[in-house]
Design a protein around this ligand. Structure first.
Ligand SMILES: [Zn+2]
Length: 451
């Protein structure tokens, strides 16, 4: 009898969210007109035509959609979330001066666990409202970022910053690594937070720091996240110190494999591109930050052609100045066409793939997120197409990459939880998060004007 019951058992779903279009971003890039996604608990139960799903799951709550597109949540693969409180603090400067004369002193003055918590909440709110469901971060006081991210319901890979000079977070390499190990122990296995290690860069971390970070990442089985070849002077510095270009140098110390997400990769030669592809290193392309700091333009079409997993990162809000993957896609697609003098370069489907499935693979979460597929976590966003700048509509990929704005995002779901509804966070704390930002702004501005 038990077996018979099992055969006729009706599958259940908690809710069904409908869309005039559903882009799965799966391997076949399947899409459905008048589609829907059925969700139970934290996961996707089924994706398909909405009339079929509504018949199959009669008890499920229905979230109606009309003139909207459902797609996987966008993934931001390089961020310093808590830097949102330094947004617009110092602009229109070269990276070295911006970093050494403004950002690092501001961090030394202001960074505390409380600052990082409040700033991270604002960053998560900004990202969620722009359709970003996961981000890959590098900063200090990771426990604060993790708690803020959990409080906002978002998903993140959080890297403990490691650098070869004392900061507010630690003084010695031993202390940095001990902090990192403790942080990873606190969060490993969490449903939303993937802790990892983030040595700042090959120019700010010596070979011993990099080798010990790599060893720890392997022992604890976590990701590595670092800056790589962002500026020309950084490449020259590494060449003069180590006698090789940065990627070759990192390979020589055994640092390169699929554990690594390398942000920027602006200044690469052909051999370095091939090496990055061969070693399966993931690249976070931060086009708007690179443009704003005039660091250069990463050879994205060449990397894609060589088989490199290229994804999109916003970098911190102090160098962008927003956390918006929709605009990164649009800027990158247009820029690379012009550089290549070829409008077929970085087409809209490729751009969306980079910000969804490839982003998930970069964070080694490809089996969990990055596409709308049965069994994956329900990280889904809905974009409202009922807007003047999205009408008429002939090609949905084109609209998402070239026309959609963050303010068009109306629903955001992470791990089955509906976080953003009609464009607002359901926790009702947007006003208090903004109020805290304004209080921090007053303190920072008052300090700056007195110095
Ligand atoms: Zn960065």
């Amino acid at each position: 009898m038990k077996a018979t019951n099992k055969i006729f058992q009706v599958e259940k779903a908690d809710y069904i969210i409908c869309g005039s279009h559903v882009l799965t971003m799966n391997l076949k890039l399947e899409s459905f007109a008048e589609g829907a996604v059925a969700v139970k608990g934290t996961s996707i139960v089924e994706v398909g035509k909405s009339d079929e799903l509504l018949r199959k799951y009669p008890e499920a709550r229905i979230i109606q959609g009309s003139n909207n597109v459902l797609l996987p949540g966008l993934i931001n693969t390089h961020c310093h979330a808590a830097m949102v409180f330094f947004r617009g603090l110092a602009d229109d400067l070269p990276l070295k001066e911006w970093l050494e004369k403004h950002i690092w002193p501001a961090e030394a003055r202001w960074l505390t666990p409380e600052f990082v918590y409040d700033a991270s909440e604002l960053a998560c709110l900004e990202m969620l409202k722009a359709g970003i469901t996961s981000y890959n971060d590098m900063y200090f006081f990771g426990d604060s970022t993790a708690r803020a991210t959990k409080a906002m319901g978002m998903r993140a890979s959080l890297g403990t910053g490691i650098i070869d000079f004392p900061t507010v977070a630690a003084s010695t390499l031993d202390e940095y690594l001990a902090n990192a190990e403790k942080f990873i122990g606190n969060w490993k296995g969490d449903d939303l937070i993937s802790p990892c290690l983030a040595p700042h860069g090959a120019h700010t971390c010596g070979p011993e720091t990099l080798k010990r970070s790599k060893k720890l990442a392997e022992r604890l089985d976590v990701q590595l996240h670092m800056h790589l070849s962002e500026t020309r002077w950084e490449v020259e510095e590494i060449m003069s110190k180590h006698g090789r270009r940065p990627v070759k140098y990192l390979d020589s110390i055994g640092f390169l494999d699929d554990r690594l997400v390398a942000a920027h990769c602006v200044h690469l030669d052909d051999a370095e591109i091939d090496l990055i592809a061969k070693k399966s290193v993931s690249v976070a392309h931060c086009v708007e930050s690179n443009l704003k700091l005039a660091s250069g333009i990463a050879p994205v079409p060449q990397m894609l052609k060589a088989g490199v997993r290229v994804t999109f990162g916003t970098d911190g809000a102090a160098s962008n100045n927003d956390l918006n993957i929709l605009s990164e896609m649009s800027t990158a697609a247009k820029l690379h066409k012009t550089i290549a003098q070829d409008p077929t370069v970085l087409d809209s489907k490729t751009a969306l793939l980079m910000s969804t499935r490839l982003g998930a693979e970069a964070l080694r979460l490809g089996d969990k997120i990055g596409s709308i597929e049965k069994g994956k976590a329900a990280d889904i966003i809905s974009i409202n197409l009922r807007k003047p700048h999205l009408s008429p509509m002939y090609d949905i990929y084109s609209h998402i990459v070239y026309s959609a704005m963050a303010s068009d995002v109306e629903t955001v779901i992470v791990g089955g939880n509906i976080l953003i509804q009609n464009g607002s966070h359901i926790n009702g704390r947007e006003d208090s998060i903004m109020q805290k930002a304004s209080e921090w702004q007053s303190r920072i501005a008052a300090f700056n004007s007195s110095h």
